[in-house]
Design a protein around this ligand. Structure first.
Ligand SMILES: NC(=O)C1=CN([C@@H]2O[C@H](COP(=O)(O)OP(=O)(O)OC[C@H]3O[C@@H](n4cnc5c(N)ncnc54)[C@H](OP(=O)(O)O)[C@@H]3O)[C@@H](O)[C@H]2O)C=CC1
Ligand SMILES: O=C(CO)COP(=O)(O)O
Ligand SMILES: [Zn+2]
Length: 348
């Protein structure tokens, strides 16, 4: 008897474009979200766009978050309860969006994502990444009911946030390779649709690299659409597998051990060069990954990440321990092999 079933949770309204910040109120009423929203934001996005957003609601409270933590999630939950909020609207980069996503899940209310930076695919996905101590927890939550990505605002965000978003998408190549490997070796459940969508998203972004330039609003358009597509791939899979493999383990480990970690997307991009080498060897596609990152101006070396060589080697040799997710790292890359891959690819 056939007993498989799947439940795919996706955003219902996705608005991407110039000036769509002024359509948040309309998008919310179209979702029939009644009652009072709580706006969750952080200082810079609040200064840039808070008033324009608040003007679209009769009654709205605001909570401004500092750093990401489980404590900050609890504060949002408390503020939402005090305000009798019936849904949350997150305005900002990955930090307020992830915190609001998790708080909304705890409260059992909907949330709307209004990204001000195209920095990674968490702005669309059903996962929150919350740092605690020296660990980063990847927590499942419902994806946003709506995503409203104003390309005018995102185009004016610091350029490195956009190149980080691009690199997060380019890393989908190696994430899918890891997922297929895990299917072959460990019988991990694999979705052809999600894998194909994730790879195609990376392909399309790389094909558009010439149009991804600082000062061009079209760049934010291309990257936002890719981030939405990658988020949908994760929703189809019901996990972050289509967009998170060994290169993400490497980045999560850098977040734990580096004195001053780089941006998420930048670290996974460099991780992708390394893990592509592990997948396909000296004459494999690691150069194509490096060239794609270079073309959009993302880091390709430890020095460009601002991280020393020893820390990169430590992250590569220990990344397999931090999560129960089978990848090309297998049961660990030893130090000599790690030095070889990092040297050959020019990462160190
Ligand atoms: N769910 C997921 O899959 C993932 C989640 N994450 C999480 O996302 C966070 C990192 O995301 P990221 O977007 O880099 O972080 P932030 O939200 O911290 O944004 C980065 C910086 O950019 C500022 N900023 C945001 N938008 C603008 C703008 N339009 N103009 C000028 N400055 C702006 C922020 O200001 P301010 O300081 O005022 O906030 C902040 O200083 C972390 O908390 C991480 O845990 C990371 C990867 C994946
Ligand atoms: O960053 C992500 C996908 O790009 C999310 O992945 P994680 O599940 O590793 O946090
Ligand atoms: Zn990522």
């Amino acid at each position: 008897m056939f007993e498989k079933s799947t439940w795919i949770k996706l955003p219902r309204n996705v608005l991407v474009g110039h000036g769509v910040l002024d359509d948040v109120g309309t998008a919310v009423s179209e979702l029939s979200l009644a009652g009072t929203p709580l706006l969750v934001t952080s200082p810079t996005p609040n200064d840039l766009a808070g008033d324009r957003l608040r003007a679209q609601f009769d009654d709205v409270e605001t909570v401004t978050v500092g750093s990401a933590s489980f404590g900050a999630v609890a504060e949002i939950v408390e503020a939402a309860e005090a305000a009798d909020a019936t849904f949350l609207v997150a305005l900002g980069g990955g930090k307020p969006i992830d915190l609001a996503k998790m708080a909304a899940d705890e409260l059992g209310v909907g949330f709307v994502s209004v990204p001000t930076a195209a920095s990674h695919d968490g702005i669309v996905s059903g996962r929150s990444s919350i740092p605690e101590g020296d660990t980063r927890h990847s927590v499942a939550a419902d994806p946003p009911l709506a995503v409203i990505a104003d390309t005018e605002i995102m185009a004016n965000a610091p350029w490195e946030l956009t190149t980080a978003g691009c690199a997060d998408i380019i890393s989908n190549y190696t994430a899918v390779k890891d997922w297929r490997l895990a299917r072959r070796l460990k019988n991990v459940e694999y979705s052809e649709y999600a894998g194909a969508l994730s790879e195609m998203t990376a392909e399309m972004l790389v094909d558009s690299a010439d149009s991804i330039k600082q000062g061009l609003e079209e760049s934010s358009w291309i990257v936002s659409k890719a981030l939405v597509s990658s988020g949908v791939a994760m929703s189809i899979a019901g996990s972050s597998r289509p967009a998170s493999g060994a290169e993400h383990l490497f980045s999560h480990q850098l977040d734990r051990i580096a004195d001053s970690p780089g941006l998420h997307g930048h670290q996974v991009g460099v991780g992708s060069i390394l893990t592509e080498f592990l997948h396909t060897g000296e004459n494999g596609q690691w150069r194509a990954i490096r060239d794609a990152l270079e073309a959009i101006g993302a880091p390709t070396t430890a020095a460009e990440l601002g991280i020393d060589d020893e820390t990169v080697i430590e992250a590569l040799t220990t990344a397999h321990t931090i999560r129960d997710r089978y990848t090309i790292l297998g049961d660990g890359v030893n130090e000599d092999a790690a030095v070889e891959v990092a040297t050959f690819t020019g990462v160190i």
